[in-house]
Design a protein around this ligand. Structure first.
Ligand code: XMP
Length: 359
């Protein structure tokens, strides 16, 4: 509609006025809708004086890195450097079990990496990048720091979203946050009118700390991340093999399927009018060993919890009602195909009292 087009014009104007004609800007791309739309907006305003970095922190979903890099380069023509920092992140997270500490460590590592990225760029360009683009949304702002009189009762931080207020004081970069007054649907609309592929804009949100907040406790212990990735992988395989699979798989797979391959599904979902009714769906690794019996073997393995919610803005959410037969099949297949798992749970908690993520 007319409203978002006005927002677009206004944002482009502000960015052009803010960023001088010789100034350079950096941006961290997460692979999500918010940072992608923010970067596309800035790229539209200042062209290749924008320099993006995508960091693989070892906490991404299955094949995520290859998929998003392809989107950035082929569809959006964004100037992106891919940085593999898996070792750096996982070594810092080793032995850490406290949720807030995990988030802080991940946030700090991102900052270190961007600092290094900015310094490399400075050498290359012979001038300092002056600005940093962030895809902060309105709900991120109020949830990390509720404004006075907003009616929210908590005075402490529920969860430290690393993309809000987490920059060190000695970092000389100024922030550009073009989405900070917008809600998610508005960001999608803004992306759409700028030509970001609709299939990409429909991606479910994925948290900055990645699988770390879906593996309670120490993420580096045993093969926890691998087990979680295998659940995603299994769903991916099922998705590509079969056209009429049910809702949950579709949404699971939407998290990371190459969108070139899932046109049919997206269309089917749209036709059925159900795609937009799920906000997020994902698996959570349960760091609990329980006894099972698989084949004629007694097992002592982990559990997987399935989480799917409906929401409008991520601030409140309801758990999603699934068909029982579908859940039964899913459970059987996960136990059969994902080594190290002998139990599947369904999270039936809304937000509040729970949050969407588990940490
Ligand atoms: P919660 O778990 O707080 O999540 O109910 C609300 C929404 O925010 C996402 N989320 C994050 N996004 N950095 C992000 O960029 C974070 O640290 C973070 N934590 C949660 C979450 O996936 C959900 O959509």
């Amino acid at each position: 509609g007319w409203k978002m087009e006005d927002v677009l014009e206004e944002e482009l104007k502000i960015i052009k006025e803010t960023v001088g004609p010789d100034d350079h800007v950096i941006c961290g791309l997460s692979g999500g809708v918010d940072s992608t739309v923010a970067a596309t907006l800035v790229h539209k305003a200042i062209g290749d004086r924008l320099h993006c970095a995508f960091v693989d922190n070892g906490l991404l979903r299955f094949k995520e890195r290859a998929r998003v890099m392809e989107t950035f380069e082929k569809d959006l023509h964004l100037p992106v450097t891919c940085i593999d920092a898996t070792e750096q992140f996982l070594s810092k997270l080793k032995g850490v079990t406290e949720p807030e500490k995990k988030r802080k460590i991940i946030g700090n590592e991102f900052i270190c990496i961007f600092d290094a990225f900015a310094h490399d760029l400075e050498k290359k360009l012979q001038r300092k990048p002056l600005y940093l683009v962030q895809g902060t949304l309105y709900p991120d702002v109020i949830e990390s720091c509720p404004p006075p009189g907003s009616g929210r009762t908590h005075s402490h931080t529920i969860k430290s979203h690393h993309n809000v207020g987490g920059l060190p004081k000695d970092m000389k970069l100024k922030l550009i946050e073009p989405l900070k007054l917008l809600f998610k649907d508005e960001v999608r609309e803004l992306g759409r009118i700028m030509g970001v592929p609709v299939s990409f804009l429909k991606r479910h949100p994925f948290p900055g700390p990645g699988l770390a907040v879906r593996v309670p406790g120490d993420v580096t212990e045993g093969n926890r991340l691998d087990i979680l990735r295998k659940v995603y992988e299994y769903l991916f395989l099922k998705y590509t093999q079969c056209n009429n699979i049910q809702l949950f798989n579709v949404f699971f797979c939407r998290l990371w399927c190459p969108y070139q391959a899932d046109d049919i599904f997206i269309q089917a979902i749209k036709d059925a009018g159900i795609y937009d009714s799920i906000w997020q769906a994902f698996a959570v690794f349960m760091p609990v060993l329980t006894v099972g019996v698989q084949g004629d073997q007694r097992t002592h393995s982990y559990a997987i919890a399935l989480r799917a919610v409906t929401s409008h803005d991520g601030m409140t959410a309801d758990w999603y009602y699934f068909d029982h037969k579908f859940l039964a099949d899913l459970s059987t297949r996960i136990c059969n195909e994902v080594q190290g798992v002998n139990r599947v749970l369904l999270d039936i908690t809304s937000k509040p009292p729970a949050t969407i993520e588990w940490e």
